[in-house]
Design a protein around this ligand. Structure first.
Ligand code: SAM
Length: 354
């Protein structure tokens, strides 16, 4: 059969065999094995979040594997709501629930219709679409209770980082151009957009967990209803001015600025350390928690400070910075990148003399 039994985490589920269809996009139900890390980290996140009895809605479920893993592996789920616009997907979701002995409500609706019907009912809404999550965000916030968690995956990374500037302006209302830290700028563009939708729905917004992995961005954030909280989202919306090699946060857009971007904290280091304890991906999570503690909304790349065309290695550069009294950490977003709160000029000065 072209539907095969697979395993992720501690669950078994049926999914189309990618080899049988040539491409994951030609299969009757969408399942992407390359998103396993995304799902596993999301399981760890929900576990570390530490609540129980949560109403969790995954309005774009595909095979249902994500929601089923939440139910089986986190101990956090009280009520599970799965949905997909595809009939075939819904049939497969029901089968996969049965295989795992998991109870859920399963719908076959447009995600936005379902989310509006669930107004005020959900603790967690996980939006995992094809491409951009933008079309589902407003409804996603409406489905949340007074306090909740919104998770989004975005696979339109090229748009978010500004490789298609016009589309980026249309979809996200942001002006973006290429910089050495374009990946972080893209993640902060997404985060800023979600924060602005949160504000428009009267939710305060706090990123708990956000990262990049090659083909997608992922963001999980806490949302709390209240006009005052929602107003303060804008304390963390700003622009980053880039004048090679310097970067600066500015409040108003200018000729050489990117944004609007989220220029506040990208995650909660304590929560992410807790996720690391549950393993796997411990080293990755450890690195994220260090990154979250550096306030600068960008990273530098070692080759930006090359002398006479010769760049040092990342390890050597980090040692030199440390010797020069500058705190810097690696970033998961570039093997030759580092985050620090000091200016480019300061980095340059130290790397030149040490
Ligand atoms: N969350 C799944 C996982 O982790 O394996 C993958 C979901 S897949 C990326 C996106 C799914 O959204 C597809 O199964 C597609 O049929 C469904 N979909 C697309 N547009 C939709 C809409 N407007 N409402 C509901 N489902 C939709």
């Amino acid at each position: 059969s072209r539907i095969v039994l697979r395993r992720e985490g501690t669950v078994e589920f049926y999914a189309p065999d990618p080899r049988a269809y040539g491409s994951i996009y030609s299969a009757p139900v969408f399942y992407n094995p390359a998103m396993e890390k995304n799902r596993t980290l999301s399981v760890l996140f929900l576990k570390a979040y530490g609540a129980t009895g949560l109403t969790v809605c995954e309005p774009l479920s595909g095979t249902g594997v994500r929601g089923i893993r939440y139910a089986v592996e986190t101990g956090a789920v009280g009520r599970l709501i799965l949905n997909d616009i595809s009939r075939e997907a819904v049939e497969l979701i029901k089968k996969n629930l049965e295989v795992n002995g998991v109870d859920a409500e399963v719908y076959n609706e447009d995600a936005n219709v379902l989310l509006h019907r669930l107004r005020d009912k959900c603790d967690v809404v996980d939006i995992d679409p094809f491409g951009s999550p933008a079309p589902f965000l407003q409804a996603g916030f409406r489905a949340l209770r007074e306090e909740g968690v919104i998770c989004v995956t975005a696979t339109d990374t090229a748009v978010l980082v500004g490789r298609y500037p016009k589309k980026c302006l249309r979809r996200y209302g942001a002006v973006m151009f290429k910089t050495p830290f374009y990946i972080e700028a893209g993640l902060r563009n997404l985060t800023g957009y979600v924060a602005r939708v949160a504000a428009s729905e009267d939710y305060g917004f706090e990123p708990l967990f956000a990262y990049w992995e090659g083909h997608y961005f992922r963001l999980c954030a806490r949302a709390v209803r209240g006009a005052r909280d929602a107003d303060s989202n804008f304390n963390f919306i700003g622009y980053v001015e880039y004048k090679k090699p310097s970067r600066k946060v500015v409040r108003r857009p200018g000729e050489r600025s990117l944004g609007p971007l989220w220029v506040g904290p990208m995650g909660d280091p304590i929560l992410v350390n807790k996720m690391a304890e549950y393993g796997p991906y411990g080293d990755f999570l450890q690195l994220l928690s260090e990154e979250y503690s550096v306030a600068a909304p960008w990273f530098f790349k070692v080759p930006e400070f090359a002398l006479g065309g010769v760049s040092r290695g990342i390890e050597e550069a980090l040692n030199a910075l440390k010797k020069g009294g500058i705190y810097a950490v690696r970033t998961h977003m570039a093997p030759d990148g580092f985050k620090t709160e000091v200016s480019a000029g300061e980095v340059e000065r130290v790397l030149r003399i040490v």
